[in-house]
Write a protein that binds this ligand. Structure first.
Ligand SMILES: [Zn+2]
Length: 221
């Protein structure tokens, strides 16, 4: 019963993450304003707002205008629910839980908007700094992020900022291994899709992190 309740709470958070991804780039309030369909602008009823269930039961289409609803929302709701349950049963340490939640939000932004929501990263980074001890490794990633912002390093500063927060639950050796896995995944994706545009890299970093975590290769610093 407890787990079901935590799953529900996690899915509600996931739904909120979807709202953040949609509204922050448009500078809309994330607290005020009822949810509506982006296509027909119809305000959504409560039965349209039940995490996971509403989107699955409607076949991922708006009930009013039948336009397609991106699967990203149900993905965020389900993943978030799962992460909350894994943390509840102590499979995930607090630093791992926070990093995966942050990675989920950043990946959604990177995938959907090709943007890095600095404010959200900053709130999480501040939480990490207040809760967990700092090591010299953090300054290394921070300096790289500043350099990437000032000069064109062909890598976004957001990727280095992600590593900054990842340092709270990874050793440097782990991070180097993670980078190799993420780059390999990125190259495979590039070869398969043949996309000649900049690819969103944070989803690959996140997948690589999860591969290390579930492969029990994480060495805590
Ligand atoms: Zn609609």
């Amino acid at each position: 019963m407890d787990i079901l309740f935590i799953f529900l709470i996690g899915s509600i958070f996931g739904s909120f993450f979807g709202l953040i991804v949609d509204r922050i780039p448009l500078r809309k309030s994330i607290i005020f304003g009822r949810s509506h369909c982006d296509s027909c602008q119809q305000l959504l009823a409560y039965r349209d707002l039940i995490p996971i269930f509403s989107q699955i039961s409607s076949g991922s289409h708006c009930r009013y205008c039948k336009s397609k609803i991106p699967y990203l929302y149900v993905f965020l709701e389900f993943s978030s629910a799962l992460i909350f349950v894994l943390a509840w049963v102590n499979y995930l340490k607090p630093s791992q839980f926070l990093l995966i939640i942050l990675s989920l939000i950043l990946s959604a932004f990177d995938y959907r908007q090709h943007s890095f929501p600095f404010v959200i990263w900053f709130i999480f980074a501040l939480s990490f700094i207040l809760i967990f001890p700092l090591s010299p490794l953090f300054y290394f990633w921070l300096i790289l992020a500043v350099l990437a912002e000032k000069f064109n390093l062909r890598v976004g500063s957001g990727d280095f900022l992600w590593f900054f927060t990842a340092s709270f639950s990874l050793t440097f050796l782990n991070e180097m291994l993670l980078l190799q896995i993420a780059c390999s995944l990125g190259i495979i994706y590039y070869l398969i899709t043949k996309k000649r545009v900049e690819i969103a890299f944070i989803p690959f970093l996140t997948i690589a992190y999860l591969m290390l975590l579930f492969g029990h290769q994480i060495l805590s610093p």
